[in-house]
Design a protein around this ligand. Structure first.
Ligand SMILES: O=C(O)CCC(=O)C(=O)O
Ligand SMILES: [Fe+2]
Length: 523
């Protein structure tokens, strides 16, 4: 599973370069063989022509008699040998050997990479046609997808019963068909017609099937589908006649975002989903009540060391308390932490709040590793810095979690704290609930990848060396539902973060409990 992190994809480019060299070797060997045979055939043709010019004269000469005999014995044996020579098999063998020693993506990776593109398309409201010509979120890259490339995304969507995206991408495949395509128009039409039917547009599906049958009159499935669609249409027409309307109850084709909300299989919360997407796109202004009286300042938090080198603090929100510290992780530290984490990366998991078990989920796609303070001075230093930044005790904190997000990597809206009903969350953690989160940004991100708080309409944009800090719990110890947040899908780039989750125990005298009305709201 390598689509989940950019670091894993690096080795794959190397694999491709080795495969290209091997294929070049294969072609060269084949060409040498063909060149030899071409030379021979010319030579023999020339000799043969001059002989055939005057057959009796030619054969009377003993040298010619000898040469002809030689050609048809030893020479032809050599030609025969070269003809049967298998100059390709070693190169074919190489490819299977490479499979054992080099990094190859799997079909699962292909599915993951395709669904990552679909996720980006939805979250950022990008048009299929724009993605296909390399335009991502308004930024043009010099990439052009072929008809086959689009077809494959359509096919992957089809496998996932995602007929809306099947239609979008199969249409794009059709638009991009040209003389160089290895793709059959009829194959595309078949997927398109069936998905169109599945989306409730029977009339259009039937029309596409007619077009398909013009191209392939004997297409068995198309013939069957045509019958079926006609019957379905008749039923619909009968119903509409009874109702007295014109029967156009077809759903319109729409590449827009709005349409997505209706059809999104996990539209558990439509308004939040919309807020989330707008925040990811950077199209939301934070609430006035949030930005009011926000300041930037240098702080020492009462730490003697910081009096000499104060931290650069930017307030993001007062309630809940969210701040960003700038320049609190050095490039040299980042490098070491990345090198330590890389070999230990595993697909990030989430806790099943019923069983308490850790499992992978499509709503969190990244790779992560945990690093202990005792493993390296740099980790201890960074954790000490978290202590200075937050004033909180690190005694009950979790280890530092290093995360890398790949193409489309994301973490959908969630709380970092465990809710009451999540009976098994942190059950093994003696420190109680997660009182606060510190997230270090260890990279800039070219496009996308913000940390967003949909309810606050505010976003933290990754900035290498900066760190976000917020309290997840209110003074009463209750979870603050306004801290619900997400990691937006990365469009372009490799996003690195480190999370430090700080727990309740040990903070009793640092951040004492307070009584307050429970005006938390769920959204
Ligand atoms: O990566 C981010 O921007 C946020 C990550 C996050 O919220 C988490 O890991 O809990
Ligand atoms: Fe989080």
């Amino acid at each position: 599973e390598m689509f989940t992190a950019v670091t894993d994809m690096e080795g794959v480019l190397e694999t491709e370069s080795v495969l290209i060299n091997n294929l070049e070797g294969y072609i060269k060997a084949q060409e040498e063989k063909l060149d030899f045979l071409r030379k021979k055939v010319l030579e023999y043709q020339r000799e043969h022509d001059s002989a055939a010019n005057d057959v009796s004269e030619y054969l009377l000469n003993p040298i010619n008699a000898y040469l002809l005999t030689k050609r048809l014995t030893t020479d032809w044996r050599e030609v025969e040998r070269v003809m049967t020579l298998d100059v390709g098999s070693q190169f074919v063998q190489n490819v299977s050997d490479y499979r054992n020693i080099m990094k190859f993506p799997t079909d699962e990776d292909l599915a993951g990479a395709a669904s990552a593109l679909i996720r980006l398309q939805d979250t950022y409201g990008m048009k299929t046609e724009e993605i296909a010509r390399g335009k991502l979120n308004g930024v043009q890259f010099s990439i052009e997808m072929s008809s086959e490339d689009c077809f494959e995304i359509g096919r992957q969507s089809y496998i996932n019963s995602d007929f809306r995206h099947t239609i979008l991408w199969m249409n794009e495949a059709l638009n991009r068909l040209n003389n160089d395509s290895n793709l059959n128009r009829a194959d595309v039409l078949e997927y398109l017609a069936f998905s169109t039917f599945k989306e409730g547009r029977v009339r259009d599906a039937l029309e596409m099937t007619h077009e398909l049958l013009e191209l392939a009159p004997d297409h068995r499935r198309a013939l069957g589908n045509k019958n079926y669609y006609e019957k379905e249409l008749m039923k619909l027409n009968l119903k509409s006649e009874l109702r007295g309307d014109d029967g156009t109850n077809d759903v319109p084709v729409d590449d827009s975002v709005e349409f997505h909300y209706i059809n999104n299989p996990y539209n558990y919360d439509i308004p939040e989903r919309k807020m989330y997407e707008l925040a990811c796109r950077g199209e939301l202004r934070p609430l006035d009540s949030i930005v009011k009286d926000l300041k930037c300042s240098y702080v020492d938090n009462g730490v003697p060391f910081l009096k000499i080198a104060p931290l650069k603090l930017e307030q993001i929100s007062h309630d809940p308390y969210i701040v960003v510290y700038h320049n609190v992780m050095y490039d040299s530290e980042i490098e070491i932490i990345q090198q330590m984490a890389k070999p230990r990366f595993r697909r990030a998991t989430v806790q099943n709040h019923k069983t308490g078990e850790l499992e992978t989920a499509n709503y969190r796609i990244s790779k992560s590793a945990w690093l202990k303070d005792s493993e390296h001075q740099v980790i201890a230093t960074v954790v000490q810095r978290v202590k200075d930044m937050t004033g909180l005790s690190m005694d009950t904190a979790e280890e530092l979690q290093v995360v890398n997000y790949g193409i489309g990597g994301h973490y959908e809206p969630h709380y970092d704290f465990a809710r009451k009903e999540e009976t098994n969350a942190f059950k093994n953690h003696e420190g109680g609930n997660r009182i606060a989160t510190v997230i270090f940004y260890m990279s800039d991100v070219t496009l996308g990848g913000a940390t967003v708080f949909p309810a606050l309409r505010t976003s933290l944009w990754p900035e290498k060396g900066a760190a976000g800090f917020w309290f997840n719990l209110r003074r009463s110890g209750q979870g603050d539902y306004k801290t619900r947040h997400a990691a937006c899908p990365v469009i372009v780039g490799s996003k690195w973060v480190s999370n430090k989750w700080i727990h309740e125990r040990g903070q009793e005298f640092i951040r004492p409990c307070a009584l307050e009305p429970d005006h938390d709201m769920e959204f």
